[in-house]
Design a protein around this ligand. Structure first.
Ligand code: TRP
Ligand code: SF4
Length: 405
């Protein structure tokens, strides 16, 4: 997608409610969402059906996790005035699209998604040889395509899911975007743009098809994007026509790769619930303080008088996230010449984490006093999401010959 189109892009992302959010989520995902909500038309949702694909035997944790997740999102600064927040299972159209996409998705595509085998390996305690788990990335494709999202902020591990989404969309458009008389309809649509635009479009189209000129392709797309007086269907036709395909009913999304979070866990590995090394967003100050005080340091620094090396110490990685240059210099020098003790070195980190969490806790307490307001935010987000999803499903049903009587 070119930059012009990106500016108008809809952004969609989801999170599975399988437990408490921690600092890794905050630094790795939520801070990014907070930035994006100012720049794009954002849809953020709680993927409770996805949680069920792995937690079908113990779904009890899902409802509390959903509730806490929504409150935490709001508490860290996701703004319902800018982004739509909703819950996947409250927009059942996702399931309908998942079903319809399943008709055209070759089994091999799903079996080859790396997370399928990886997660089965990793979550050995759970039986994941289910139909639902195999379909996990296809449900994700439905989540994305139903909003015609252009950009999907995800971490490295999810890029393959967005790639699958693109393949499924391409297949869908290829099979169902070929209506009878497509070329003529596209020609008519072109003329509806008005003389000047129609002529420009023809010129770009010619340059692209004859010489493969990508700049002309981009210019033509931007031209289409800016058209106010042709219908959505005609626009889809022209987008498809441009590239020699059929009507572009489900546009292909792009992953928006979130740069890997630098947030380490208490043991220096990536912060993750499964490693048991997290500081949860809801942890009380005493708990946070104790966790940081007792976290391991450079194992070669046994006594206070032994010099240490920050590069070997997980605390140093916390300094990298939380401390300014002068504190970092103080810590690194003090470590290397045994000028400071580890407890001393941890103190600024403890204070930084506590002051980061303090306003979040305050907001959580306020929000928990207003459950009705939180419900209303979700209800409104869901309503808007559903309108969009319903519209897409109308088009999808029509394309798949499912509008009877
Ligand atoms: N699979 C994603 C994860 O585990 C969650 C998710 C579900 C998602 N549907 C999505 C993310 C759609 C982006 C878009 O993190
Ligand atoms: Fe780690 Fe700081 Fe102790 Fe050095 S002084 S080992 S950086 S905690």
């Amino acid at each position: 997608m070119n930059e012009l189109l990106q500016q108008h892009a809809r952004v969609l992302s989801g999170m599975r409610p399988t437990g408490r959010l921690h600092l890794g989520h905050y630094h790795g995902v939520l801070k990014n969402w907070i930035e994006l909500q100012h720049q794009y038309d954002c849809y953020f949702f709680v993927a409770d059906w996805h949680a069920l694909t792995t937690h079908y035997e113990d779904p009890q944790i899902i409802p509390d996790s959903v509730w806490e997740m929504v409150i935490d999102w709001l508490a860290v600064g996701i703004n319902p005035g800018e982004a739509r927040l909703f819950i996947q299972s409250q927009v059942p159209e996702h399931a309908e699209l998942h079903l319809l996409l399943s008709m055209i998705t070759p089994l091999g595509w799903l079996e080859r998604v790396p997370s399928y085998k990886d997660q089965q390996e990793k979550l050995k305690g759970r039986d994941l040889t289910t139909y639902g788990f195999l379909g996990y990335p296809l449900l994700q494709a439905a989540d994305i395509l139903i909003y015609k999202a252009g950009l999907v902020p995800v971490g490295e591990d999810q890029v393959a899911h967005v790639e699958l989404t693109r393949e499924v969309a391409r297949r869908f458009n290829h099979i169902y975007g070929r209506e009878p008389g497509f070329e003529e309809k596209a020609e008519q649509a072109r003329k509806k743009m008005g003389k000047k635009s129609a002529k420009l479009f023809s010129q770009y189209h010619k340059e692209y098809t004859e010489r493969g000129d990508l700049e002309s392709l981009q210019a033509a797309r931007a031209l289409l994007e800016s058209q106010q007086n042709i219908t959505l269907n005609d626009k889809e036709r022209l987008f498809g026509y441009l590239e020699g395909g059929g009507r572009m009913i489900l546009p292909e999304p792009q992953p928006l790769l979130t740069k890997a979070s630098k947030m380490p866990g208490l043991d220096g590995q990536k912060m993750s619930k499964s490693y048991g090394n997290v500081i949860s967003l809801r942890d009380e100050p005493e708990v946070v303080e104790r966790a940081l005080r007792t976290m391991p340091t450079d194992t070669q620094r046994v006594r206070r008088t032994d010099p240490g090396e920050p590069a070997r110490c997980p605390v140093w990685q916390f300094h990298e996230v939380y401390s300014d240059d002068s504190v970092k210099t103080w810590a690194a020098d003090g470590c290397r010449n045994a000028g400071i003790g580890c407890i001393e070195c941890k103190q600024p980190v403890i204070e930084a984490v506590l002051s980061e969490l303090k306003p979040i806790h305050q907001r959580v307490r306020e929000l928990e006093q207003q459950p009705e307001m939180v419900r209303t935010i979700i209800a409104e987000g869901t309503e808007e999401a559903r309108d969009m999803a319903r519209q897409t499903m109308e088009e999808v049903r029509l394309a798949m010959s499912l509008r009877h009587l």
